[in-house]
Ligand binder design. Sequence first.
Ligand SMILES: *Cc1c(COP(=O)(O)O)cnc(C)c1O
Length: 392
Amino acid sequence: MSSATFNPHALMEITARPNNIFTKGKGSWLWDQDARPYLDFVQGWAVNCLGHAPSLIADALSQQAQTLITPSPAYFNAPSIQLADLLTQKSCFDRVFFTNSGGEANEGAIKLARKYGEISLDGAYEIITFEGGFHGRTLATMSASGKKAFETMFEPKVPGFPKARLNDLQSVEQLISDNTVAVMLEPIQGEAGVLPATTEFLTELRALTASHGLLLIVDEIQTGIGRTGSLFHYEQTGIEPDIMTLGKGIGGGVPLGALLARESVCCFEHGEQGGTYNGNPLMCAVGLAVVQEVSKPEFLAAVVENGSKLRLALDTLSSKYNLGASRGSGLLLALDIKCKMGTQIVAQAMGNGLLINSPRPDTLRFMPALTISEVEINQMIDILDGVFEELL
Ligand SMILES: *Cc1c(COP(=O)(O)O)cnc(C)c1O
């Protein structure tokens, strides 16, 4: 199959894409139409936690597809009940609403918080979010995001999302008013370039929100499902949020998201939340297989171990070329390259058979499969070394 066989012009133009057409994936590797292999440290944007095309997912999908695909969101189905049970057992939350994407999970979290404000906080509706934050591409989640580029898009925005600064408690305090119902943040800002909220900040934020009777919402769409070495990132910080959203890794590559909340916050009345495919057994069967696998202690221990190896290797490479520090947690890592060469490095790396991402001009982001091997980490470092050698 050559690329000439396909005409991509029927696809709506939304972003600059390389010309390659990817036709096959296995584990940490992707192949394009010319059968060229690529070592993949993007993995669908931190989505494929078990790598490309794992048999675990293929089996769950095919078994469930032959059993029951969608009875209707108005009926119970077994996989959604089992997955909700597992997620609540493994977290501080009591109930789960499944969605088809991360953005939709955040949209649900925003609605749940606003409903809570309506009935418990005299109609308070404002949700304090953060500069640099990313919560999705629906109108409300773009409004909640603190991404500079979003600021002028699709006006007028959904109101009610004042922005504080990450790791600056005072900036949050200053925004609290009678209209405030919640604070929402990513414990590590992923799209902003892997910028972690400190444990101290999260601890103080939890105390602050609790003392004002406000909800704390964590968007763990990128950090959750083992990405940072624990099943959910908040577990490493000692805080217990009121609401959490999941996406990306929970489906291991299939469209699935989740909104989790403590019982005291679950205040939707009938008719206020729903959706045709929400909680469908086909995706929930995959989510169940994925979460069962990722939550195994030995699986999470390997993420921590490989995360340290990757980080150490990045630091060594960084010293060699006089670059900046690495940051992040587990297998969500970034390297400060101290110059605005991100785009060129990503393009050159792709030419040399490596897929990485540059979330900002001076930063490279690494989000490999959680099943990455030491050999593959070393292969990645070798290719990157070559790219740095050529470009820096
Ligand atoms: C990717 C992402 C989202 C949006 O998820 P979609 O599935 O693309 O809608 C929201 N929040 C964070 C932190 C993300 O990384």
